[in-house]
Design a protein around this ligand. Structure first.
Ligand code: MRU
Length: 363
């Protein structure tokens, strides 16, 4: 998507043909800075520190991380240790496991001398596949926005989203945002309510930034505002992303998503989820009981970082000294609260039958 009018992806091979470039998302929205990854250690650090984040981009970075690792040590033990190192970075987004399992199963049978080239080829393919998947999600989600516009007699469609499930969370297009970008590009009037998304502020810092660069009208709101807006008919549709969706349609996403789904349910507002197929965990049946929820450093809750009036980036503490903090990074929205899962193959009901109808090859 566009940054200052120039098309970008979030991850790409550098001109040297082997190192990997990323947008450092910890610097947004106040600085657009790219970084070069040259080692698997740097790829692992980029994921763990959230220089890259969002389930699909975590998977893509892990793919390239394996490629960088194969340059360093392509023996069986090198393959194993790269897999384990990358797998340990973040626990919730299943795209990480999906990408690493995919890479390992393709690289293991090869001789060590062939592994690096094969790893680069597959990592690049994973990125291209992600873009195609998101385009597919965009096309199906666009139909929902068109229908909402018709229901409203052509008026602006107000969409609420949580966290950043935009192009910054993927390789391009985003999942929740792909339908929005397509609607905007097609001339459908859309306006996005952007949940701030404490504690890391992915909404305020990232979603607002990318929507702004693409010219999509939006308003940043504090996390607790959505219910009020829904009670007053100011939200036509919620669309969020997901880090892991069970085979039964339970949706794990950024902390606070569940509360938005409850408010949407109570107010009859449709609640949709952009779901790329690599984010489906076909091994799980019960999201609340089975999905591992990442707990991150409490400093993300007790501190906030921002730009001062004179342009300096500063971090301040907002809690009393000594107050304990807890930082649960994700929650699970039960399938019963989800109106539909927008996949690259169509919109599924949030249920085992719904997902199986679109992905019959998964048994
Ligand atoms: O902690 P993050 O920023 O990696 O969390 C990201 C989300 O929760 C996104 O909504 C999710 O990964 C879907 S991205 C298309």
């Amino acid at each position: 998507m566009l940054v200052d009018g120039v098309a970008h992806r979030t991850i790409w091979l550098a001109p040297d043909g082997w190192s990997v470039e990323i947008i450092d998302q910890t610097r947004l929205p106040h600085g657009f800075v790219t970084l070069r990854l040259e080692t698997v250690a740097q790829a692992a650090h980029a994921i763990a520190s959230m220089q890259v984040r969002g389930a699909p981009l975590i998977g893509a970075t892990a793919g390239y991380g394996m490629a960088l690792a194969m340059r360093e040590d392509s023996t069986d033990s090198g393959l194993r240790s790269a897999y384990e190192r990358l797998m340990a970075t973040r626990p919730t987004a299943v795209n990480l496991r999906w990408a690493l399992d995919d890479m390992k199963s393709r690289l293991s049978p090869l001789s060590p001398g062939d592994r690096a080239a094969a790893a680069y080829a597959r990592a690049t393919q994973i990125c291209d596949e992600d873009v195609a998947i998101n385009r597919g999600i965009g096309g199906y989600g666009l139909g929902l926005i068109q229908a909402a516009q018709q229901r409203k007699g052509g008026e602006t469609v107000n969409i609420l989203t949580h966290c950043n499930a935009g192009w910054l969370a993927t390789v391009d297009w985003g999942t929740a945002t792909a339908p929005i970008y397509m609607a905007h590009d097609a001339g459908i009037p859309v306006h996005v309510w952007v949940d701030e998304t404490r504690p890391r502020n992915q909404g305020a810092s990232l979603t607002a930034w990318e929507l702004g660069h693409h010219g999509v009208p939006h308003t940043v709101i504090a996390d607790n505002v959505g219910g009020h807006l829904m009670q007053h008919g100011m939200v036509d549709l919620c669309i969020t992303g997901t880090d892991r969706t069970t085979a039964t349609g339970d949706v794990c996403n950024k902390i606070g998503t569940y509360l938005k789904a409850l408010a949407a349910h109570d107010n009859g507002v449709p609640f949709y989820v952009g779901l790329p197929s690599p984010t489906i965990d076909w091994t799980l049946q019960d999201g609340v009981a089975q999905i591992p929820i990442e707990q991150r450093d409490g400093a993300e809750v007790s501190q906030m970082t921002g730009r001062t009036a004179d342009g300096r980036i500063e971090t301040v503490t907002i809690t009393p000294d000594g107050s304990p903090v807890a930082n649960y990074a994700f929650d699970v929205t039960p399938a019963r609260l989800v109106s539909g899962l927008i996949t690259e193959r169509g919109i599924a009901s949030a249920s085992h039958d719904g997902l199986k109808a679109l992905f019959p090859e998964q048994e």
